[in-house]
Write a protein that binds this ligand. Structure first.
Ligand code: FHN
Length: 420
């Protein structure tokens, strides 16, 4: 047994940590706002007359801009149209429960007042701490607040990882960068902005196990309940962040999140009009929650601080749809009905919530046979009945001719016990 304990020691320690953290809010939240914002927003996909399609927060790397030239963007950064309360309100209107903003992305610029590096918002014409404003606005509106921090990649630092067009990567002293910038800045973030719900570390690169442990210990010292994502590296973290824009095929165990762009870039680009419609956003949310995860959906404010109007409108529309089906979304658990795309479900207590995304041509839906008996089935919005037929190996739902909700309809199926 002693040997077994030794063998399992590390895993056991980790599980205990997770269960000691307050994570019920995260499990129930389901939908959240991701914000990618930094100096790159001013470039909006164009540098020196050249267009860079794709992810604009990478424009420094893609255009191979030297750090001293890139730093000049701070001299013009003046997002006078940034309105923290309006962004928090947009998140509320969209039905989101927490907000995660890029405190420092790979470009190296901090959106907060930092003593650890001059490359920060205080040294811009705008001067004011954006993280402080947003943290306050979120708390006021009852949203949890979290931040993104690029812990290894920092293209403005000789010792940071990743800028190989200007510095020699072999000469980079990454530990020095960690000691002088990343760790002090994370300390500032976890000590100066009240309760932090979660941290989205990103792109661990060559981070070593000891470095991850140090970062994690720092967060846990000041914010014992703050949840850390798996991109802290080395298999650690309290919840899993899947790949960018990834929705898993099947349910995933434990706490996890899918992060998704609104178009094809995280940061604002004036070149990208490929917005997901409210219906697409709702369908992707359904896919994620039916597999047990949270959906972290991104917006990219412009250089002047405003949220692209079309992005805001689409989110509000999505929120209108969500507001009709709150019970089927928040605080539910995954309910897997197979790998088809037409419908998906969640469950809570004795109920299954069946989201129908595409109306079947024959007006019938076949779901697996459950262990419990169906006692009632009805549309969630107008309570109209749905008749259910028990077949040999399946349960058949007889639907009306037309889909009542053009985004997605929800049928509540009540059982005489837990569905499965
Ligand atoms: O390189 C970044 C990218 O710019 C963006 O921030 C995404 C969001 O998940 N994370 C990285 C790539 O995985």
């Amino acid at each position: 047994q002693k040997k077994m304990n030794e063998l399992w020691g590390e895993e056991k320690e980790k599980t205990e940590e997770i269960t000691h953290k307050e994570h019920q809010w995260y499990k129930e939240a389901k939908f959240a706002m991701f914000i990618h914002w930094g100096l790159y927003a001013q470039l909006a996909g164009e540098y020196q007359g050249q267009h860079y399609w794709g992810i604009n927060e990478w424009i420094m790397r893609r255009a191979k801009i030297e750090s001293k030239d890139y730093a000049k963007l701070a001299d013009t950064f003046n997002p006078v149209n940034f309105d923290a309360d309006a962004i928090a309100q947009l998140a509320v209107d969209a039905g989101m429960k927490y907000v995660v903003i890029t405190a420092k992305h790979h470009e190296g610029f901090a959106l907060f007042d930092s003593k650890a590096s001059d490359f920060n918002i205080s040294n811009t014409p705008y001067k004011k701490d954006l993280i402080k404003q947003l943290a306050k606005a979120c708390k006021k509106k009852g949203l949890r607040f979290g931040f993104y921090y690029s812990q290894m990649l920092d293209w403005s630092e000789k010792n940071g990882f990743g800028n190989d067009w200007e510095f020699n990567p072999d000469e980079a002293d990454v530990q020095k960068y960690m000691n002088e910038k990343a760790l002090p800045q994370v300390k500032e973030l976890v000590t100066n902005y009240g309760d932090i719900g979660c941290i989205f570390f990103d792109t661990p690169g060559p981070i070593k196990h000891e470095q991850v442990l140090e970062l994690k210990a720092l967060v846990e010292k000041y914010q014992p309940n703050c949840l850390i994502n798996s991109r802290i590296g080395q298999g650690l973290g309290d919840f899993k962040t899947l790949g960018d824009n990834e929705i898993p095929e099947e349910p995933v165990d434990g706490l996890w999140e899918s992060c998704d762009t609104h178009n094809n870039t995280w940061a604002y680009s004036k070149l990208d009009f490929n917005w997901k419609t409210p219906k697409e956003v709702a369908h992707r949310l359904i896919d994620v929650i039916s597999k047990g995860g949270n959906y972290l959906f991104n917006i990219g404010p412009k250089g002047d601080g405003s949220v692209p109007e079309v992005s805001a409108m689409i989110l509000r529309e999505t929120g209108t749809w969500i507001s009709k089906y709150k019970e089927a979304i928040y605080g539910t658990e995954s309910m897997y009905l197979g790998g088809q795309t037409q419908f998906a479900a969640t469950q809570k207590g004795n109920k299954m919530y069946l989201f129908i995304k595409d109306w079947p041509k024959d007006n019938k839906i076949y779901v697996p046979k459950f262990n419990s008996k169906v006692v009632n089935a009805y549309f969630m919005d107008d309570k109209s009945k749905v008749s259910v037929t028990n077949l040999e190996g399946a349960t058949m739902m007889n639907l009306p001719l037309r889909m009542p909700d053009p985004v997605a309809s929800v049928v509540v199926v009540e059982f005489d016990g837990k569905p499965n």
